[in-house]
Design a protein. Structure first.
Length: 111
């Protein structure tokens, strides 16, 4: 995974439609992501410790809605992730996953 610096950028209003996914990406997938773990599973284990079952369910619902809107084509999902959330890490290619697979894996690990 690679860190990408995007100073001064703010998430567009569209991120408000996915508040829990926005909080996950902004809070755990930024330049200091490795504070939470070295792998996707470790980072999400930390997120699980920090959040309630209801918050995790809402995050999974955001992911499902996001993929329903922008998926399943990985390039469209990746472009939407970058445009809407401007994550501080590069999602595409993490652990060999495309953006759609990455979001599906996040949802699975949060279940």
């Amino acid at each position: 995974m690679t860190f990408t610096e995007k100073p001064g950028l703010q998430a567009p209003a569209e991120a408000e439609h996915y508040p829990h996914l926005d909080a996950l990406l902004g809070g755990y997938f930024h330049q200091d992501f490795d504070l939470f773990g070295d792998t996707l599973a470790e980072i999400l284990a930390t997120y699980r410790e920090d959040t309630s079952a209801e918050e995790r369910a809402a995050t999974r619902a955001d992911i499902e809605r996001f993929l329903g809107t922008y998926g399943p084509e990985a390039q469209a999902v990746n472009e939407a992730l970058e445009r809407i959330f401007k994550p501080g890490v590069i999602i595409e290619g993490w652990d060999g996953l495309n953006a759609t697979q990455w979001l599906e894996e996040v949802a699975r690990l949060l279940a």
